[in-house]
Design a protein around this ligand. Structure first.
Ligand code: NAP
Length: 320
């Protein structure tokens, strides 16, 4: 089968398409004919340095990729045969996603609702799961002012919609006009370009301060967002797209009566978050924004686009 290999850490060019051995579903496993594989921002960081959320996955060479969707074509001897032919999404555990086929734990498969395209389902697999988790963790109340960083990104576009649906007043912060226009289309009340100096002043003029920050960028943007929180606010910390976590100690937060929230979900909760995201999309209440599609062989180009901040919404690899 065709796959994309990572043979050493470095720039996007270390992702090289090639052949990989055919896969067989072992006990407890399912074989998926992959239609789409998702790329998340953190995979670009992992590719560059090996750092990231997949401990034990750094033996090279490897096939990267954590989110896939397609049709089940075979299952292990002990697995329910009725799964064969079903449209599913699944996490791979961090390796094996950028390929024409993937073997996954059959217990982790999530069926895709009939009315939802596989591309939309794959777009929601990781980002939807994460966004639902973050919204729940924040415990939003109607009328709260919510700042979403990287609001035109994979997770950000979903956070904007889910926060709005929860009755929040959404302040979307992103880099560049095209991105803030997208956030406005998705329901943001206030949009600011945080590449421009004085962006926090524009937030203050529009809404005073904020009650909740969704911080997936970190660094100086995360710090500025923290400073916008009113006393008693919450900061949900989940990423460092800028390269650094937001540097705020628990003591500094406590001085401002701000709660720092770092969700630690169980596998069962994660599954439920995926199912919720897919169900919301199937019902037409959540719109995954698929901004870019690349053929599997061009995974390196997809990584280049993502890490240079040129993408909006989700980036998918098409495996067939
Ligand atoms: N996807 C998931 O399921 C998941 C799970 C857990 C954690 N996270 C974290 O959530 C954050 C968003 O993830 P995502 O996959 O949805 O990515 P994304 O938002 O689609 O892409 C990252 C965005 O971060 C912004 N950014 C700010 N400073 C940047 C910099 N110095 N270099 C590059 N980008 C920069 C860019 O948007 P602007 O141009 O608008 O600034 C960029 O588009 C990441 O920190 C990620 O690690 C994601």
């Amino acid at each position: 089968m065709r796959a994309v290999w990572l043979k050493g850490f470095g720039g996007p060019e270390v992702l090289v398409a090639g052949d990989a051995p055919d896969l067989v579903a072992g006990p407890g496993q399912a074989l998926i004919e992959v239609a789409f594989a998702s790329i998340t921002f953190v995979e670009t960081q992992f590719r560059a340095t090996g750092a990231g959320p997949y401990p034990g996955q750094v033996k090279l060479p490897m096939i990267p990729g954590n989110g896939v969707g397609g049709v089940v074509t075979a299952v292990g001897a002990d697995v329910d045969k009725a799964l064969v032919g079903r449209r599913v999404v699944s996490a791979t555990g961090g390796s094996g996603g950028y390929a024409e086929r993937a073997v996954v734990d059959a217990g982790g498969l999530v069926e895709v609702p009939d009315s939802l395209g596989l591309d939309s389902a794959v777009a929601l697999m990781a980002d939807g799961r994460t966004a639902v988790m973050l919204i729940r963790a924040a415990g939003l109340r109607g009328g709260e002012r919510v700042l979403v960083e990287a609001a035109a990104g994979g997770v950000g576009t979903l956070l904007v919609q889910l926060a709005r649906a929860a009755g929040a007043r959404v302040v979307a912060a992103a880099g560049g006009r095209r991105k803030i226009e997208l956030a406005r289309e998705l329901g943001a009340e206030v949009t600011v370009d945080y590449r421009e100096p004085g962006w926090t002043e524009r937030v203050r003029e529009a809404v005073g301060g904020v009650d909740v920050v969704f911080d997936g960028v970190g660094g100086t943007i995360g710090r500025s967002s923290f400073d916008l929180l009113d006393r008693g606010g919450r900061m949900v910390v989940f990423g460092l797209a800028s390269g650094a976590w937001t540097d705020i100690s628990d003591e500094t937060a406590a001085d401002r009566a701000v709660t720092l929230i770092r969700p630690r979900p169980t596998p069962e909760e994660l599954r439920e978050f995926v199912e919720t995201a897919l169900a919301e999309a199937a019902a037409g209440r959540l719109r995954p924004v698929i901004g870019q599609r690349f053929p599997l062989e061009r995974a390196a180009d997809a990584h280049t686009a993502i890490q240079s901040r040129a993408t909006i919404g989700k980036t998918l690899l098409e495996a067939r």
